[in-house]
Each structure stands twice: as structure tokens, then as C-alpha cells.
Design a protein around this ligand. Structure first.
Ligand SMILES: [Ca+2]
Ligand SMILES: [Ca+2]
Ligand SMILES: [Ca+2]
Length: 388
């Protein structure tokens, strides 16, 4: 049987650019994607190495590694110098006798260096004639991937979409949240203390990956800006209180909550209006008064006139504050919290949930916050889905 051989060029990532300030080289395309419909065909693509700097690039050479299904040639003889503004073509050929996925790379070296200064990645698929052609729409059965297509090897592959629900990206909304913690609040300057940050006690990874939060997010920072007070956990709830989404965020000393990248807008991909609750490890959580589905919705728990203050906040000298003293973070301030404090009530330079005033020291001052607030119960909604 005679088959017609088609070469289908799927140049998927042709717009990708690679920059390097050090080498002053641009490789026009840093990933070359080939598609070969059947075995024993050859496909050629060209990439370009260009000196975009103002000085000559030292003598360099190229090395091909990985799959034997690739070969390359250049438009001039190596080694050489690439002058400013000059560019040179690198021709890459792909062909295989074997059905399958093939990966290789071309490393670009300065001759005086043993590590490549740039890399051209190569990717090819030799399609299996018995499978659906590459690009055929399919369903990989995963609701958190989109644009699912056959890869020519009888596999359905989707593009990761962590925010997707049932394979559809919901609308984007955002909230801006502000609050003050009773224990951390310093009335003299209307800000919260940043001792935990100043003394290097704050964990770089989000701290809610424990009972009762059981939040497994991977939020982290490499360093804290000086205004950061502590971590807080934001949760979007549906009208019944069920958890829709969660995000570990940072509380600033002025009361604003930011994402780990510093954004005051906390973004949510959601299909329905939602409440926002905020939890802090030594304070009772709070939840917004109304369902919202508004971009940039401001939820200000520091506004004494806000309906959010109804019973959830403690107004001290006119300033609404989250109640301190929930040392086991379960939404109720009671004897169980006292028991935690009494077991370990003389600590120094520690990050613990029974340090109610957030100064890194556990002592009677932390007990006093618990004592003033004991028997206070937080919103039921906040504890839906937690394991307390
Ligand atoms: Ca999918
Ligand atoms: Ca408690
Ligand atoms: Ca303390």
C-alpha cells in the first residue's frame, strides 16, 4: 500500500525569544518544535543566533546532544567571532525511523567557557499512523487542563489550567482586604507591630499547612518587605459557607493584605458570588458581610461603621480589631487555648500561635488577651471544611 507522506510543520513556539545580557546573544527561537506525520521523513527548521550587543562575542561553538533523530548545520564555519549586529543561521533537521517523541538540544558555548551560554531546545514527534493525527481535539478527563489534543501517539494531552473548573476558566474577580489584629495593634501609631518580621521569625513558606487549616498551598517568599506583619489565610466561600478557593497572603502593618508578590488585589477565578474570610493563627477569623462578585471589591474590616463589625470585631477606642486569643486557631476562644499557653508560657524568639501580641515572646501579656476575650465564638462559616 502506498502512503502519502505529509510534513506538517507545527511551529508552536516560534514567537519565543531568549535574551542574555551577559553574552549579548539572541537566539531567535529557543525551542524548535517539529511534527513529522510518519516515520522516515525529514523536516528542516532554521534558527538564528544574533549578537545584539555593542562588542564582538568571543569565539563560540555549538554542540548537539540528546536524541540522534536531530542533526544540525550552520551557515558559516565554526569557530568564529560574531560581530555586533551580525547574525548566523543554524539549520536543524529532524527525521526518525521510529514512532515516538524525540528531544534534543544544541548548546551554544563561548570557547573559553565550559557551560553553555544559550541553549536551543529541540522537540519532535514521529506520529504513529495507527493513532489520531496530532492536534485532533480530545478529552483527557482532567478538568484542570484545557485545549486537550491528541499528540499523534494515541495520547490525549491538555494544557495545565490550575484555576479551571471542569475544563473552563471561570471569570476573574478581585478583592482588596483590610484589617487590624487586636494583639499586634499599636494604638499610638495606628499600625501593627512587625517584630516577627524584624527578628526573622516569620516562615518563608505559608504556615497554614497544619490542623485546623489543612491548607496545602505552595505560597512562599524569599524575603519579606519591612512592612509585613504576618501571614494570613484568605478564603472565598459560597453562599452556604463552603470553601471555594483559598490563598495564603501577607498582612502589612497598615492593615492592607497583599498576595506574596505584593499585589493589593487578591484575584479569584470563580463562577459565583462569594464571601471572603480572613484567618490569623492567634486571632478569631472574620468574614465579609455580603456576597460579592465585583472586580476590586473593598472589604474593610477596620471601618467601625461597616456591617462586618457586627459581633465579629472588637472595637477598642473606636478601632475595630480581630479578637486575640484563639491560640489553637479553631474559631472559639476557650480553655483549650489557655491550655496551650500554660504548657509553654515562657518562650523567646519563637513563631507560635499563642504569641498573641506578635512580639516573638510568650508571657503574661499574651495570656491577658486570651483572658479578656475568653468565651468569644467566631463565625460558623469560617470553620466549614476545617477539621477542628
Ligand atoms: Ca482537560
Ligand atoms: Ca480556640
Ligand atoms: Ca507575646
Amino acid at each position: 500500500m502506498k502512503k502519502t507522506l505529509h510534513v506538517v510543520a507545527m511551529l508552536l513556539l516560534f514567537s519565543t525569544l531568549s535574551f542574555s545580557c551577559v553574552s549579548q546573544i539572541i537566539i531567535t527561537i529557543d525551542t524548535l518544535d517539529f511534527q513529522v506525520q510518519t516515520p522516515n521523513t525529514i523536516q528542516a527548521l532554521t534558527t538564528k543566533i544574533q549578537n545584539v550587543g555593542t562588542t564582538a562575542i568571543p569565539i563560540i561553538h555549538l554542540e548537539l546532544s540528546g536524541s540522534s533523530d536531530f542533526a544540525f548545520s550552520t551557515s558559516f564555519i565554526w569557530p568564529t567571532v560574531i560581530q555586533p549586529g551580525q547574525s548566523h543561521n543554524v539549520n536543524v533537521y529532524f527525521g526518525s525511523h521510529n514512532v515516538g517523541e524525540h528531544i534534543g538540544q544544541i548548546d551554544v558555548y563561548h570557547t573559553d567557557s565550559s557551560t553553555p551560554v544559550e541553549v536551543i531546545y529541540l522537540h519532535g514527534i514521529t506520529e504513529d499512523p495507527n493513532c489520531a493525527p496530532y492536534g485532533t481535539a480530545c478529552d483527557d478527563g482532567d478538568g484542570q487542563t484545557i485545549n486537550d489534543i491528541e499528540n499523534g501517539l494515541c495520547e490525549c494531552i491538555g494544557t495545565p489550567c490550575p484555576e479551571c473548573i471542569n475544563g473552563i476558566l471561570p471569570p476573574l474577580t478581585s478583592t482588596i482586604v483590610k484589617l487590624k489584629l487586636e494583639g499586634f495593634y499599636v494604638h499610638n501609631n495606628n499600625k501593627m507591630r512587625t517584630n516577627l518580621n524584624y527578628f526573622g521569625l516569620l516562615p518563608l513558606q505559608q504556615p497554614f499547612n497544619r490542623v485546623p487549616y489543612n491548607y496545602a498551598g505552595d505560597e512562599s517568599v524569599t524575603a519579606f518587605s519591612i512592612s509585613v506583619v504576618d501571614w494570613v489565610l484568605l478564603t472565598a466561600h459560597d453562599s452556604q459557607g463552603n470553601i471555594l478557593k483559598q490563598q495564603a497572603c501577607l498582612l502589612r502593618n497598615d492593615g492592607k493584605i497583599t498576595s506574596t508578590d505584593g499585589s493589593e488585589h487578591i484575584y479569584w477565578y470563580l463562577n459565583e458570588p462569594y464571601y471572603i474570610s480572613v484567618q490569623h493563627q492567634s486571632h478569631l477569623g472574620v468574614i465579609s458581610a455580603d456576597l460579592s462578585f465585583e472586580m476590586g471589591k473593598i472589604i474593610d474590616f477596620t471601618d467601625a461603621n461597616s456591617s462586618h463589625a457586627q459581633g465579629q470585631l472588637k472595637v477598642v477606642n473606636g478601632t475595630p480589631l480581630l479578637f486575640a486569643g484563639d491560640f489553637d486557631s479553631n474559631g472559639i476562644i476557650n480553655n483549650l487555648d489557655y491550655n496551650i499557653w500554660i504548657q509553654d508560657n515562657a518562650l523567646f524568639n519563637q513563631y507560635v500561635s499563642w504569641d498573641a501580641d506578635g512580639n516573638g515572646i510568650v508571657n503574661n501579656l499574651d495570656f491577658n488577651f486570651w483572658d479578656a476575650n475568653k468565651s468569644k465564638v467566631g463565625s460558623d462559616f469560617i470553620n466549614v471544611g476545617s477539621s477542628n
